[in-house]
Unconditional design. Sequence first.
Length: 381
Amino acid sequence: MKLQVSVAPANRILVAASLIALSGAIFWIDMHTNSAIAIAPLYVIVTLISARFCKPTGIALVTASCLVLVAASFVLNTQGGTQLGLINSSLGGLVLCITSYLIIKIEGAKNTAAILAEANRFRDALIGSVSHNLRTPLATILGGASVLAEAPAVAQDARLRGVTDGIRHETERLNSEIQNLLDSARIASDGLQSRRDWTDPIDVINAAMEREKHDVIRHRVEVSCDNDLPPVYIDPQLIEQALGQIIANAAKFSPVSSTIRIAAGVKDRQLEILVADEGVGLTKDEKARLTERFFRGARHIEKIPGSGLGLWIATTFVASSGGTLVALSEGEGRGTIIKLAFPTAHESHVGSNSVTGGNMKFADVRRQLQVSQRVRKVKKL
């Protein structure tokens, strides 16, 4: 993709003639006046004009022509051969060379950025199209597996029941990954619309747990919430999906039978929702890049399936409701805590009993999750 103004062949001669005339006029001024160093900026203007209409090779040619004129002026001018004339000409030539180099580099960077942006748009469109077309056959497979699972012959045969359960589970997992791809394409195309409303955070937590109940079935899930949590102004569907993704990640990156703790409380006018696991934890690099699009830790690529989109999507969904997402971890193998924070309608007086303060460290958050006594409900899945 070219960023230069398109010039019709019939006008190229006019552009070239204009540049030559302007350069000639500057040379005449240099020869008949005592302009000295002031001439260099005029040649720079010619170079800048050429950048508007010419490709890099054309810019280089115009610069070379201006350098020739500067050299000719030094030789022919009445100051020729003097130290002052040499200094003026050298400085003028240096300014021209630096300007030309910077222009060419900037134009090259612009062209590269435009090409990458176009490639990204094409990729997102392709991902969206392919993902959308895969939803129909997946729905058919999932429906067929559900019907088979209810057939008497299958229900009574443990081996066949295991096969149908496996088909259904993997289809649901693939459907979730495709949904992530669709959400990714929607975000990239600026198609994300947040429909915010005053929402009970308990309803969002319950809906997210129900959404991911199959993913956490082999873990113990504990939910601890402060009493009388205030409503928050969020998009309940997007935040449910974001929280569900975080819970699913906690299960995916944690050993079987480990505990996943979900807690909610208020601190400094913010509702804070924490999801803590006892899994693989985060390295320093993973923590810094956790919410990047398509990022996956190198140690997980061959061991744990995924697309690297989940937390990037969750972060975007949370931000669309005015919230923030922060990852806490003491290092590899020491678990992870994901904290979501949303502004509330009024100041809370929970004080030191809130789930976490804004500057608390990982160990402090973990300790409060473990010893919290105000449990609204504890759910084992």
